[in-house]
Design a protein around this ligand. Sequence first.
Ligand SMILES: [Zn+2]
Length: 167
Amino acid sequence: MPSGRVHETINLCALGLGSAGYLAFKGSFDLEDSAALAFVASYCVGTFLITPDLDLAERNVRAKGRWGLLGWIWVPYGLMFSHRGLSHTWFIGPLTRLAYLFLLGGALLWAGDGLLRYWGASLELQGRISAPPGEILGAMTLGYYVSQWLHLIADGIWPDFPRRLRR
Ligand SMILES: [Zn+2]
């Protein structure tokens, strides 16, 4: 199994090659720069911060360390998911980490807001949080997923459908 450092190196090399290709053939893509940036940002988050190996977060993994003092938030995730189980699947796996983070973030915001209201203040979140436009959201989703897929390929895990096609 490749180490966290190896995974990061593989992902960065792929990003370098992809970026070079993108810049070389930029004219033939109908893609906004902002979408390309969103892809890269999300890809980096998926490479350094939110990786499939967070299923080992009850121990010490590289991605958990990158969260610094907040690394502990992944410990329940590590306890919930066995290593290289559901967390290392192509479609549901990456989704489990996003869902986990959204639920946890939502719960923390809700609790924080409740506490502030108790003291007569409020975070006034309503209307402040909005989803990015479709193209950006699509690029972010793709960037995140591609980073996770490279990790899975490096781990030797392939999706089911090409296997079926090869038969
Ligand atoms: Zn892995």
